[in-house]
Design a binder for this molecule. Structure first.
Ligand code: BGP
Length: 474
């Protein structure tokens, strides 16, 4: 039998083998059936680079994508509910057409043996709440709790929930890097406050889910971007520790320890001080986090890349590579560190480091430092690539992507063999989709989407995925 698998391996029995999506990136149909605007609609229009319509038109074509998932041996899918499809202005009366759409989608998944893992917030706050300050305004937290409660009551067919996707990416892209609306640069106070407030929203929802005894399991999703000093000097190690505290430890501590440990806060306070920033924690906040920290059923861990950093004392500055012109990104954070290239580590056209060892390292770290994470799903991992269309019905050769996924799955299996409780892997992404700050030429899918015609084509990575998925049937 011919094989695409580079190294012989088997998936563990019962392993979750899925593809990931997010509502705003796949659904399109942003103006139909009573859907309200998100924080993105007007922003993208004004920016004029690309439109979120029709994206992958998943709103209409989900049966086709679910069918492909089934045919290619996937057993799970990550989807998110678009808050503004259910509550067009964030609160108030539910929009029946939006509710009906998600019932149809979940029914189709289940009928095809594809388990839906559902996030409630994936970078798409309703515009009305965004305009009032997004997560920086506690009204958003209250509205989110009500929306979550509605979904738990309504969508009883869903048994696997995630509250919020990648809290740091949202805060970082909105307030540090400026690549998401409202495009602030190095607004450190807003970034740290948004992290805390999102964590609070997550904890409130987990507590509600457990207190009300809803049927199913719940957790959240963090991207874990490990930070390594380069070259290895004490000053660069300190820079790495500072960035790690801001990007990872603050949120992991808050989620799984229910406190920001003194060691983490020492680093965070140093970073805040040098940037004249502050964090406000209100009375009772930490009690809420504490109560929730043992109640997550699992941890959704997204892994793409590490950063390599060197110490940096100058003013903050950054340039975001949202075009795929290699070598155009820059990141220097005052009093924290600057991103450097580590010789020998390959980078993508968007300057992302390719480093599978990083996945092994973060899995081991969660296992050691955060036992309350209990069980881990890799909820996103994948390669952004300029895939070459070959014509209708022709398989697209994406050997690079196969190599990427293969090595990351190996890293995961190695950590698992050493006792880390990893129970699943979702490739980002199921099909090609719209990328927030990069548009349509940064493709991640197992299935190619011709955005002109919406036709799907098969990539070689889908065949690889199928072959490894076959081992689940043995
Ligand atoms: C994660 C997000 C996804 C997705 C992915 C790839 O941070 O959860 O929504 O976009 O990254 O990122 P990008 O599209 O910027 O390449």
């Amino acid at each position: 039998m011919s094989t695409l698998l580079k190294r012989v391996k088997k998936l563990p029995k019962g392993f979750v083998w899925g593809g990931a999506t997010a509502a705003y990136q796949v659904e399109g149909a942003t103006k139909v059936d009573g859907k309200g605007k998100t924080m993105w609609d007007d922003y993208l229009k004004k920016q004029g680079r690309f439109s979120p319509d029709p994206a992958s038109d998943f709103y209409h074509l989900y049966p086709e994508d679910i069918e492909l998932a089934k045919l290619y041996n996937l057993n799970a899918i990550r989807v998110s509910i678009s808050w503004s499809r259910i509550f067009p202005t964030g609160t108030g009366e539910p929009n029946k057409a939006g509710v009906a759409y998600y019932h149809r989608l979940f029914a189709d998944c289940l009928a095809n043996g594809i388990t839906p893992y559902v996030s409630l917030h994936h970078f798409d706050t309703p515009k009305t709440l965004f305009d009032k300050g997004d997560w920086l305004n506690r009204e958003t937290i209250d509205a989110f709790v009500k929306y979550a409660d509605f979904c738990f009551k309504e969508f009883t067919e869903v048994k696997h929930w995630f509250t919020i996707n990648e809290l740091i990416s949202l805060a970082f892209s909105q307030y540090i890097q400026g690549s998401f609306p409202p495009s602030h640069h190095f607004d450190v106070t807003s970034a740290i406050q948004a992290q805390h407030n999102e964590l609070l929203a997550h904890a409130k929802v987990v507590n509600l889910f457990k207190d009300k005894g809803y049927d199913g399991q719940i957790g959240l999703i963090h991207v874990f971007q490990p930070v390594y000093p380069y070259p290895e000097t004490p000053a660069n190690q300190h820079a790495a520790d500072l960035e790690d505290a801001f990007m990872n430890r603050f949120l992991l501590d808050g989620t799984f320890k229910g406190e920001y440990t003194p060691e983490t806060m020492k680093l965070i306070n140093e970073l805040l001080k040098v940037n004249n920033a502050h964090l406000t924690i209100e009375d009772g906040d930490m009690d809420i986090l504490k109560k929730a920290c043992t109640r997550n059923d699992y941890f959704g861990l997204n892994y793409y890349q590490p950063s390599f950093v060197a110490a940096y004392e100058g003013d903050s500055t950054n340039s975001f590579n949202g075009t795929g012109e290699k070598g155009t990104s820059e990141f220097k954070f005052k009093g924290v560190g600057q991103h450097v290239k580590k010789p020998g580590v390959e980078q993508t056209d968007w300057d992302w480091n390719i480093y599978p060892e990083g996945l092994y390292d973060v899995l081991k770290r969660v296992d050691k430092d955060y036992p309350n994470a209990k069980k881990i799903y890799i909820t996103e991992n994948g390669l952004g690539y300029k895939d070459k269309y070959e014509g209708i019905g022709k398989i697209i050769n994406d050997d690079k992507r196969i190599d990427f996924i293969d090595k990351h799955v190996d890293a995961l299996l190695k950590a698992r063999a050493e006792g880390v409780n990893v129970q699943g892997y979702f490739v980002w992404s199921l099909q090609d989709q719209f990328s927030w700050a990069n548009g349509y030429n940064k493709r991640y899918g197992l299935f190619y989407v011709n955005f002109e015609t919406q036709a799907r084509e098969i990539k070689k990575s889908a065949l690889w995925f199928k072959e490894l998925g076959e081992t689940l049937k043995e």
